[in-house]
Design a protein around this ligand. Sequence first.
Ligand SMILES: Nc1ncnc2c1ncn2[C@@H]1O[C@H](COP(=O)(O)OP(=O)(O)OP(=O)(O)O)[C@@H](O)[C@H]1O
Ligand SMILES: [Mg+2]
Length: 371
Amino acid sequence: MSKDILLWDETLFKNAEVLEIDHIPEHFAYRDNQLQAIKYSLKPVIHGMRPVNCLISGPPGTGKTTSVLKIYDEMQDHVNNVVFLKVNCQIDSTRFAVISRIYRQLTGVTPPTSGIAFRTLFENTMHHLVENNKILVLTLDDINYLFYEGHADDVMYSLLRAHEHYPGVKIGIIAVVSDTGALYQFDTKVTSVFLPEEIDFPRYEYEELQGIIDDRIKNAFYPDVIPSEVRDHIVQYVDDIGDLRIGIDLLKRAGLNAENRASRVVSIADVDKAYESSKLLHICRSIRALNSNEKTLLRLIVDNNNTQAGELYNSFHEATGQGYTHFYNMINKLHASQYIDVDFSGEGKRGRTRIIKLRSNPDDVLKCLEK
Ligand SMILES: Nc1ncnc2c1ncn2[C@@H]1O[C@H](COP(=O)(O)OP(=O)(O)OP(=O)(O)O)[C@@H](O)[C@H]1O
Ligand SMILES: [Mg+2]
């Protein structure tokens, strides 16, 4: 048997764990300034003081979440009256869901999903902090998902001014914005109390991507599994898109593809095949966060691309029974999240009509909707 053939019980992965989506890499290069800035802002908690708020922003897959978690990890051992929490606003995308998650993480008790008002839950949360004499450091990760329906300002405002209603409450907020090009802005009543340290996460340079991918390859695979030209091919894909998450997913899938054809070496073709799935990572991640009516609407847009808003509304109403206000809000959300373009045409019978156009590739959107 040729030595190039992988036996059925052999693997190319030395440690597949490091290619998992939630793996926190030990070696985290090129983000020293950002890590320092976060640490510096949180430092006051060591002396029992409220931390400086932070606004972290940058494109997807540039290390924002990982940086926060690394600093949490580092500081956790040095303080005992501080709770470090992170809420993923893509999953908890209303003010009730956010406070509910905070309450659960603080107390270990899951609050009921209905029959309890936001105010009550908020009050209980604040009392818990005061009674236990805890400072709360809260990361609102991917807070852009709270903007579409106006929840971002509500959540921020309630938390940032909590100390006025609940004396003794100490909360610092790290707001993380995944900058996908959509516009967002906090209300002035929020900005006047938020006053954050602004920390930018720019896209990685080609050489930086190369360094990070190289390091991950060394940890994940046995030697010589990924030849340098294959490595470069992967880095090129990542550089085109700018999201490291896709690079790490590519490594995993390309490795599995090579294993499936019993090869000891990953080829360019393994990477290209992997890319067909990896490239959907972005879009599928955000489509997963849509609710079922929003998914129905997106599906209707895929099936009836370039349709007038009025016609689309009729189909949507027929499918879901939802009224126009809901429809209108959802169109705004899909627009803000860059799934669609809304063009005005002068051709409608009653003046200007809006034409709804899909921005992403329809096949990609369908694949994610069907997952
Ligand atoms: N400097 C780095 N060194 C090693 N790995 C990195 C580095 N930066 C990012 N990564 C890896 O890239 C992936 C994406 O990082 P992370 O989730 O922190 O991005 P993000 O900026 O929070 O993205 P999003 O805006 O989409 O939430 C993770 O798997 C992380 O381990
Ligand atoms: Mg993130």
